[in-house]
Design a protein. Structure first.
Length: 301
């Protein structure tokens, strides 16, 4: 049995493990949170190195993209360097493929039209492929990168503006500790309602769930949420606040939608190759073979 483990800077309360069979191969998939402790995460990766088939970086991205430009986050690089034998991934290799396919699946496979919707994308730099797909559909989008990552009440309304801004500020921000850019550990459990006017303006709210949750309003009646990792408690929270549809880019595995880093780890483990040897075409073909489909859940009625 192959083992894939995601080591996350997130809360240990969100830990989960499942056994699945994919393309005739049995896999044990697990997520281990370190409650925001970077040193603990590094040591855990070091201990698991060579003992599992693939490792994932959770609660942090190794790479963020703006157009064709790629930037490396320092804290994530420190974690990744702990793995000397086992392939380690952050989900970015798969994310663009998977999230573009999610929008295509909704639009063309199940006629769940997002055409010209109003969208609040809480952070686009870690999901630039999805941002581009939504722009291609003529969506009117507010990009919340400055608001949700930096706490600056400045909405960005054009993808080109975000790309230009990223080229100026991300090289500096990449050196900051991740705790200043993203909720980790116990911060993932806190909700401080802010930016409600943007939540209420939007038909669709998309992006990383921890950013969405960070400023979640008391009411989200009729909204569509497109996100990644959710637990049963997260689903309950969204239902209580009136969300109409929940869509996750990764499938539901035993009640849990794992992060993209886990799904990329699964594909790396199945390939038996190094992540840098795998292409966008490989990921697309494997997703087709496995028949990974987004989770689409209606809370109507």
């Amino acid at each position: 049995m192959k083992r894939v483990v995601s080591v996350s800077l997130g809360s240990s309360k969100r830990n989960h493990a499942v056994e699945v069979e994919i393309l005739g191969e049995k896999l044990e998939i697990s997520r281990l949170g370190t409650d925001g402790d970077l040193e603990k995460a590094k040591q855990l990766i070091k201990q698991l190195d060579g003992q599992v088939d693939a490792l994932g970086l959770g609660g942090i991205d190794l790479y963020v993209y703006a157009g064709q430009k790629r930037y490396i986050l320092r804290d994530a690089l420190q974690m990744a360097k702990m793995a000397k034998k086992t392939p380690i991934v952050d989900g970015s290799g798969l994310k663009n493929t998977l999230e573009r396919q999610t929008i295509d699946y909704l639009q063309n496979k199940i006629n769940f039209s997002l055409l010209e919707k109003k969208v609040l994308m809480v952070c686009a730099l870690d999901r630039f492929g999805m941002a581009q797909s939504l722009a291609d559909l003529g969506c009117q989008t507010i990009y919340g990168d400055l608001m949700f990552a930096l706490g600056l009440p400045i909405p960005i309304r054009k993808l080109q503006t975000l790309e230009r801004l990223a080229k100026m500020v991300v090289p500096v921000l990449s050196w900051l500790p991740i705790k200043y850019l993203y909720p980790i550990g116990k911060e993932q459990e806190k909700i401080t309602a802010s930016y409600e006017q943007y939540y209420q303006w939007a038909d669709v709210i998309t992006g990383d769930f921890h950013f969405i949750k960070k400023h979640l309003p008391a009411k989200l009646d009729g909204k569509i949420i497109i996100t990644n990792t959710v637990t049963n408690n997260d689903v309950k929270l969204l239902k209580e606040r009136g969300v109409k549809y929940l869509i996750t880019t990764t499938p539901n595995l035993a009640g849990r939608s794992f992060g993209t880093n886990v799904m990329e780890g699964v594909l790396v483990a199945l390939s038996g190759k190094k992540p840098e040897e795998l292409t966008t075409e490989y990921y697309a073909e494997m997703l087709k073979k496995i028949q990974f489909q987004p989770r689409v859940e209606s809370f109507i009625g």
